[in-house]
Design a protein around this ligand. Structure first.
Ligand SMILES: Nc1ncnc2c1ncn2[C@@H]1O[C@H](COP(=O)(O)OP(=O)(O)O)[C@@H](O)[C@H]1O
Ligand SMILES: [Mg+2]
Length: 137
């Protein structure tokens, strides 16, 4: 059973907000003794997905959760926006596809870096992305 030890919620309206969420993710990962690889992975994924909320979603929220399953610690991050949604989800997840002429590697990279990755998106309604990263066990 997974329990939530602590939660931190953030608005994402500006580039500064993205930096703040990224910093908190790193701090929590280090505080929970995730190894340097897992720490870098969650920090990078949180940064990419927060930026997507800002750039593609028109702003929204991030929720960071410290988790324990009784043996290991983990981090969950949930990103929500009420933006346009992701019309071409398959393409967006496969990588190298961008509607803003940037690298198009944020979603695919984050998926690869996370232990769990779930997307719910509806065109015209918004997007929710949930990731988890656990201590290597
Ligand atoms: N929160 C979001 N809301 C709407 N569209 C999104 C969102 N996140 C990603 N997308 C879409 O998926 C594409 C790929 O995202 P990503 O892999 O991060 O690359 P990039 O941000 O460089 O475009 C984006 O160009 C955009 O069309
Ligand atoms: Mg991106």
């Amino acid at each position: 059973m997974i329990s939530v030890i602590a939660q931190y919620s953030f608005p994402i309206r500006t580039e500064d907000d993205v930096v703040i969420v990224r910093r908190k993710a790193r701090q929590v990962a280090q505080g929970r003794r995730l190894d340097p690889f897992a720490t870098a992975a969650i920090t990078t994924a949180v940064s990419e997905l927060s930026r997507n909320v800002l750039v593609h979603g028109g702003g929204g929220t991030a929720l960071l959760e410290e988790l324990s399953d009784g043996t290991r610690y983990g981090i969950r991050a949930i990103f929500e926006d009420q933006g346009p949604g992701i019309a071409q989800l398959e393409r967006a997840l496969s990588g190298g596809y961008s509607t803003t002429k940037t690298m198009g590697l944020g979603l695919s990279g984050s998926k690869r870096l996370a232990d769990r990755f779930d997307v719910t998106t509806e065109v015209g309604k918004g997007t929710t992305i949930r990731i988890e990263k656990w201590q290597p066990g």
